[in-house]
Design a protein around this ligand. Structure first.
Ligand code: HEC
Length: 154
């Protein structure tokens, strides 16, 4: 007798728990989502820091295994200020400064920067190290990131 009361209580709790999740649109599980709920001032800033837009995780080719496992954005290698100078984790390559003004000074036009991000090819048609991921960004995502690299130049 006592057991069936406990069973019913347990069932009530489970149903209540699930309806709670449904009512909150599963947002209480959002800590599991790779898309960050953190607030960013712009889409470009979000991509730079998380490797995700507000809509999706941006796919990429290449890059180190840890990036694939743990996720991350440009910040993971080029640093918070985009000025690089730090060795990429588990490699012996130092990530370069990717602030917009600096890239322009090196002779990269905006289209060259986009090509480097998407295809890993620089303005001299050299193939970049495979440590630098090839980001499969849409034009909008790419423009947003470039805008943020301009922000970082300030
Ligand atoms: C896992 C580390 C890593 C991540 C993450 C990463 N990069 Fe890089 N990136 C590099 C390395 C290393 C190079 C230098 C490659 C070389 O010189 O062969 C580089 C080069 C570049 C260059 C070319 C710079 C130049 O002077 O030729 C650009 C532009 C760039 N990254 C932009 C980005 C952007 C934008 C993101 C985020 C969307 C990003 N990178 C994420 C490691 C990374």
């Amino acid at each position: 007798m006592k057991n069936s009361v406990l069973l019913i209580l347990a069932l009530i709790l489970i149903v209540a728990g699930f309806s709670g999740l449904i009512l909150t649109n599963f947002s209480s599980l959002s800590f599991i989502s790779p898309i960050s709920k953190a607030q960013f001032k712009s889409e470009g800033e979000r991509i730079f820091f998380t490797g995700s837009s507000s809509k999706r995780v941006i796919p990429f080719e290449g890059g180190p295994m840890w990036l694939r496992r743990m996720g991350g954005g440009c910040v993971s290698c080029h640093g918070e200020d985009g000025r690089g100078g730090i060795p990429v984790m588990m490699s012996n390559i130092v990530a370069p400064d990717i602030t917009y003004d600096e890239l322009r000074k090196e002779g990269m036009a905006t289209d060259d920067i986009k090509k480097a991000i998407r295809e890993g090819i620089n303005e001299e048609n050299e193939t970049l190290s495979w440590i630098m991921p090839r980001w499969e960004m849409t034009d909008e995502e790419l423009d947003a990131v470039i805008d943020f690299l301009k922000e970082l130049s300030k």
